[in-house]
Design a protein around this ligand. Structure first.
Ligand code: NAD
Ligand code: WQD
Length: 346
């Protein structure tokens, strides 16, 4: 019998995907939720936003997960922890190329520590944030969970390939431990309320915050990185997926583990819509839903960009009974609502 007063630990709960997942956990389950976040890429304000949406307060432990002693001390006080969703990591591809050791240290040391905690506190259910970047450059589309990994294109992507191996091998060694690896494609958008969303520090690397900040006048102009690729309009193709759909998949994966529906030790799921969208189509959707013209120009290709990638999501739909609810227009309109809200918040 499930104890609905048990606790789910969410690492990186103040971040973009962690905070949206906490919202879904609070709205869809009765579990207690405890976050661990040292605000290295977020602020405590996230918890006010979560409270504004859910009416519930979430406790955050401000601890660097790479510090095992501090982590043990903080988590030792958590009541009946039964699952961990591990989001905390650094995620900038270009930053990881410039400072690989920062990424190997933060992303790998934190993962090893959190698994040590699972062992010590007998926490049996574990979800790991992986990424479509583990696939590298693929030859055949769409990408299935069985698609072979190519060489990682960045140290960041390498930490996700290594992370998956670490979780898989640890799971094999612990008979009561089960894990799910979720490979996100391109998470975008914001909570439909517009009260919570992505909060990039400094100039964003990713397309959608770049679009919304340009439209808001914070950035002058968006550059489309290449329109001479062999795609339907010459720009790159990605599988953009609404962050609340990603969050919902975490709740389903958690229930799948806790309710013992997972027969394997470790499951792997692609989290994408299965629809490839070009950069120009993404801009077109933004312009349509916001009824404004975006200032953009076509520029040179960005080194290291894959031309086209999108998911086959048949397996996750069947196993977790998950279907993405939001389309591209919803992703763009919610991202814009959030950008406008941020201006009002200041
Ligand atoms: P984010 O930066 O918004 O959130 C990560 C959070 O973890 C931040 O709040 C940060 O302060 C915290 N954190 C990082 N290192 C920590 C440490 N050592 N101790 C304590 N807290 C720490 O990132 P996100 O977009 O929410 O991504 C969450 C996870 O999903 C990451 O593992 C990321 O690699 C993965 N992912 C993200 C994307 C994406 O496009 N956003 C795509 C695929 C995978
Ligand atoms: C999307 C498209 C760009 C900015 C990255 C990581 C990946 C995963 C998701 C974490 C591309 C184009 C972008 C701009 C543009 N993250 N673009 N002008 O590169 O697909 O994936 O985030 O795991 O690992 O690599 O996302 O948002 O940077 O780019 O034309 O100013 O938008 O060329 O085609 P990407 P992105």
């Amino acid at each position: 019998m499930l104890n609905q007063n048990s606790t789910i630990i969410v690492t990186g709960g103040a971040g973009y995907i962690g905070s949206h997942t906490i919202i879904e956990l609070l709205q869809q389950t009765n579990y207690n939720v405890v976050s661990i976040d040292n605000f290295s890429n977020s602020t405590a304000k996230t918890f006010e936003r979560i409270e504004a949406i859910t009416g519930k307060q979430v406790k955050n432990l401000n601890v660097d997960i790479c510090n095992l002693e501090a982590l043990e001390l903080a988590l030792g006080k958590v009541k009946d922890p039964i699952g961990i969703i591990h989001f905390a990591a650094f995620k900038s591809v270009p930053q990881s190329v410039g400072d690989p050791l920062l990424y190997y240290h933060n992303n790998i040391a934190s993962l090893v520590n959190i698994l040590k905690i699972c062992k010590k506190l007998s926490i049996a259910n574990f979800i790991f944030s992986s990424s479509c970047s583990v696939y590298g450059n693929v030859e055949k589309l769409p990408v299935t969970e069985q698609t072979q990994f190519s060489v990682a294109e960045s140290p960041y992507a390498h930490t996700k390939q290594m992370g998956e191996d670490i979780v898989t091998n640890f799971t094999k060694s612990e008979s009561k431990f089960k894990s799910v690896l979720l490979r996100y494609f391109n998470p975008v958008g914001a909570h439909p309320s517009g009260f919570n969303g992505e909060y990039p520090r400094g100039r964003p690397d990713n397309l959608v915050p770049y679009i919304t900040q340009t439209a808001a006048g914070i950035l002058q102009k968006l550059t489309v990185f290449g329109d001479d690729y062999d795609t339907r309009d010459g720009s790159c193709i990605r599988d953009y997926i609404h962050v609340s759909d990603i969050a919902d998949a975490h709740v389903r994966a958690l229930n799948y583990l806790i309710e013992n529906k997972q027969k394997k030790a470790t499951s792997v799921f692609n989290l994408g819509t299965g629809v490839g969208v070009s950069v120009l189509e993404a801009i077109g959707s933004f312009e349509k839903v916001t009824r404004q013209k975006l200032n953009y120009e076509i520029g040179p290709r960005r080194p290291g960009d894959v031309i086209s990638i999108y998911a086959n999501n048949d397996f996750v739909k069947k196993e977790l009974d998950w279907t993405p609810k939001y389309n591209l227009d919803d992703m763009m309109s919610s991202a814009w609502k959030w950008q406008v809200h941020l201006k009002d918040e200041q």
